[in-house]
Ligand binder design. Structure first.
Ligand code: DGL
Length: 275
C-alpha cells in the first residue's frame, strides 16, 4: 500500500451534477474518504468556451490539490471533454480519471448495432470526445450527438417527470431518433452528470429499443481498478468520510444536491470556498 492511500479521493464538477458520480463511487467504495468540490459560482460550464472551461477547471483542481487527495475524479463531462489533458499535465503524477472513457466503454459494451447517441452539453458535444472514444473502442461504430442544454436547469429544478420533461425530450431527441435516416441508435449515453435525474422519463420517451447508459457505475469501477493497480486503496475496515465544498450558496447546494445524491444534505455539511 502506498503512503498516500489514506488520503481522500477528490471529485470535481461544475455544480451538483457530479454528485451522481459521487453516489456511485460511495456505493462501490464505501470505505474511501471523498472530497467533493462543486463550482456553483461558475455553473454552467456547458455553454462556455473551451479556454474558459480549462481555466475554471484548473482553478478548482488546484484547490483540491491544496486539501490533499490521492486521485482526482473529474465528475463533469464538460470539464473532462475540454480540460482532461491540461489537468493530467498539471497534476502529474496524480492519477486523474474522467467520465468520458468509462461512459464510452459502457455504451460500446451494450450496443448491438454499434449506433450510439450521445446527449450532453453544448461544450461536450462540440469537443466530439465521446465520438472519438467510441470509435477508438469500436472502429466501425456510428455516432449521433445532440446538445440538450435545457436538461441541466430542469434537473436542478427537480423536474424529472411529467409533460414538460417529456416535451423537452421530444424537442431534442425526435430528430435524432424518430426522424433519423438509416439504422437508428440502439444506445444513448447520458453524457452530462445532470441527466441521470431524468433517466426514467428519457428511457420512456426513447422506448425499449434504446438502452440508456449512465456512465457513473463504470466510472466507479474504473476508479476502483485504478486505485487497486496503484496500491492506493484505503483501509476497507472503516466507513469513509464525505466532505462537500461549493463556491456559492450552500443552501441551494444542499437543496438541489440532495436530489442528485439521493439523500438529504444539510447546509452544515457543506463548506463554502473561494477559488
Ligand atoms: N455537470 C456538467 C456535465 O457533466 C453539466 C453542467 C454544466 O453545464 O456545467 O457536463
Amino acid at each position: 500500500m502506498q503512503e498516500q492511500a489514506h488520503l481522500p479521493i477528490g471529485l470535481f464538477d461544475s455544480g451538483m451534477g457530479g454528485l451522481t458520480v459521487f453516489k456511485a463511487i460511495a456505493q462501490r467504495l464505501p470505505w474511501e474518504d471523498l472530497l467533493y468540490l462543486g463550482d456553483t459560482a461558475r455553473l454552467p460550464y456547458g455553454t462556455k468556451g473551451r479556454e474558459t472551461i480549462i481555466r475554471y477547471t484548473l482553478l478548482a483542481a488546484r484547490r483540491l490539490v491544496e486539501r490533499g487527495m490521492k486521485m482526482l475524479v473529474v465528475a463533469c463531462n464538460t470539464a473532462t471533454a475540454n480540460a482532461l489533458p491540461d489537468l493530467r499535465k498539471e497534476l502529474a503524477p496524480l492519477p486523474v480519471v474522467g467520465v468520458v472513457e468509462p461512459g464510452a466503454q459502457a455504451a460500446v459494451d451494450v450496443s448491438r448495432n454499434g449506433h450510439i447517441l450521445v446527449i450532453a452539453t453544448e461544450a461536450t458535444i462540440k469537443s466530439a470526445v465521446y465520438e472519438h472514444a467510441i470509435v477508438r473502442l469500436r472502429p466501425n461504430a456510428c455516432c449521433s450527438a445532440k446538445a440538450c442544454t435545457l436538461f441541466v436547469p430542469m434537473a436542478e429544478e427537480g423536474l424529472m417527470q411529467g409533460h414538460l420533461v417529456e416535451e423537452m425530450a421530444h424537442y431534442y431527441l425526435d430528430d435524432v431518433l424518430v426522424h433519423a435516416s438509416g439504422e437508428k441508435p440502439d444506445t444513448m449515453i447520458l453524457g452530462c452528470t445532470h441527466f441521470p435525474l431524468l433517466k426514467q422519463t428519457l428511457a420512456e420517451v426513447v422506448g425499449p429499443e434504446v438502452t440508456v447508459v449512465d456512465p457513473a457505475s463504470n466510472v466507479a469501477l474504473c476508479v476502483h481498478r485504478e486505485l487497486e493497480a496503484l496500491g492506493l486503496l484505503g483501509d476497507m475496515g472503516k466507513l469513509g468520510r464525505h466532505h462537500f465544498m461549493t463556491t456559492d450558496n450552500q443552501e441551494r447546494f444542499a437543496r438541489t444536491g440532495s436530489l442528485f445524491l439521493g439523500r438529504t444534505l444539510s447546509c452544515e455539511e457543506i463548506e463554502l470556498v473561494d477559488l
